[in-house]
Design a protein around this ligand. Structure first.
Ligand SMILES: [Ca+2]
Ligand SMILES: [Ca+2]
Length: 395
């Protein structure tokens, strides 16, 4: 009998295993086995290496931003956006080198935009892997994402912290579905013992007064440029309802009107917004919001910018008259990304593109074809990726 015991135990365990498997197979369709790999387990850790440094005035150092997924089998990276906010009075960026993919054209920070980066104290790393399969990153391995070289302005303390909300990764899942459902563990680097953590600020929105119509006593004939649209779209895509707000300096509530705009062969959109005003004295600000765009504030009659999306202004400097006012804003890019028009670019906007990739029907194009080429595609996806960096309407 003693000799029989191990055999009996093995038979018992095999029977228990079979019963469990059959139960699982018959009643739960094998779902329990898959559930243990749900997205809540999918964590991506960011880290700087090195993550601390002591620098004298003018001294440079290089650090590598690395990623490490904990997902079984690793991940396939298709795109990413990481924002770094630094104290420009303490640090300056000297060099960027993308190690996974490359900078998304016109969107990601590169060495040609160093002066803008150092002027704003913000690095928007927008990386894109252009192969259909993405770049494989192994589980539990620290893998180089981007190399950054900083110099110290004055040898003083500074800290760069990448929070959870500052990083998004787009990875390929089964059947080439894009997903951003990963939990991010942020990273931190200290210079000269560390300093204040810099974060972007958000302020409250004023309430507009709608006076809009097509026939007021003040017409704004505007020329506008929208991100991602470089030429004239097909006729079916060449019409855009644009919200225009006109705010007098010193007043709280702007007047609002909607104009219909269409593009010429160089991608400049023309249209008219009409207002009824009792007085045109003073100086004005004008706010522009396209149907898939982040609101842009204009303070000048003929503004321009060197890098797309970098024009920003504070003080009202536009004069208007009764009748027609011709204003050329086409040297400044109105950035895209707010597809559901709630004032913020977030995962909802991303999912509108992600869930419709490849579609060409009119209803979907109206929502998600940001570059107006007649298809919801990776270019629209890249535009939203970049928009995540800007995030909110200008107020
Ligand atoms: Ca939105
Ligand atoms: Ca498109």
């Amino acid at each position: 009998m003693k000799k029989e015991m191990p055999r009996l135990i093995i038979i018992f365990l095999v029977v228990i295993g079979l019963v469990f498997w059959m139960w699982n197979y018959l009643f739960l369709s094998g779902k329990t086995a898959i559930k243990s790999r749900a997205t809540d387990e999918s964590i991506l850790s960011l880290s700087f290496n090195p993550n601390a440094s002591t620098l004298s005035t003018g001294q440079e150092m290089e650090t590598t931003l690395k990623i490490k997924p904990t997902v079984e089998g690793g991940i396939l990276v298709r795109g990413y956006l990481v924002s770094l906010f630094f104290d420009k009075t303490k640090l300056q960026l000297k060099n960027i080198e993308y190690k996974i993919g490359g900078a998304s054209p016109d969107l990601g920070a590169t060495n040609s935009s160093l002066s803008t980066i150092n002027g704003n104290g913000v690095i928007r790393l927008v990386g894109e892997v252009t192969t259909p399969t993405g770049t494989a990153v192994a589980k539990d391995v620290d893998t180089e994402l981007v190399k950054l070289k900083f110099s110290s302005v004055n040898g003083q303390g500074a800290t760069i912290q990448i929070g959870r909300a500052d990083a998004k990764f787009y990875i390929l899942k089964a059947e080439a579905v894009l997903s951003d459902g990963m939990s991010i563990d942020g990273a931190k680097i200290d210079f000269n013992g560390g300093g204040a953590i810099i974060t972007p600020g958000i302020t409250g929105a004023p309430n507009p007064t709608t006076t809009g119509g097509t026939s007021g006593n003040v017409n704004l004939n505007l020329k506008l440029k929208f991100q991602g649209i470089s030429g004239k779209p097909a006729d079916s895509q060449n019409s855009m309802a644009v919200k225009v707000k006109l705010k007098k300096e010193g007043e709280t509530n702007p007047s609002e009107a909607t104009g219909v705009f269409s593009a010429d062969t160089s991608g400049v959109w023309s249209g008219k917004a009409s207002f009824n005003l009792s007085s045109v004295s003073g100086k004005y600000l004008i706010y522009i919001k396209g149907p898939q765009h982040i609101q842009k504030k204009f303070c000048d009659s003929a503004p321009s910018e060197n890098n797309a999306g970098t024009y920003s202004c504070a003080n009202a400097n536009i004069s208007i008259t009764v009748g027609d006012n011709n204003l050329d804003f086409s040297k400044v890019m109105v950035l895209s990304g707010d597809l559901d028009q709630n004032g913020v670019v977030d995962s909802v906007d991303i999912s509108i593109v992600r869930n419709n990739l490849g579609k060409t029907d009119t209803a979907t194009l109206t929502k998600a074809d940001v570059n107006r080429d007649g298809r919801v595609d990776t270019q629209d996806f890249s535009l939203i990726l970049a928009a995540l960096a800007v995030r909110t309407d200008e107020l």
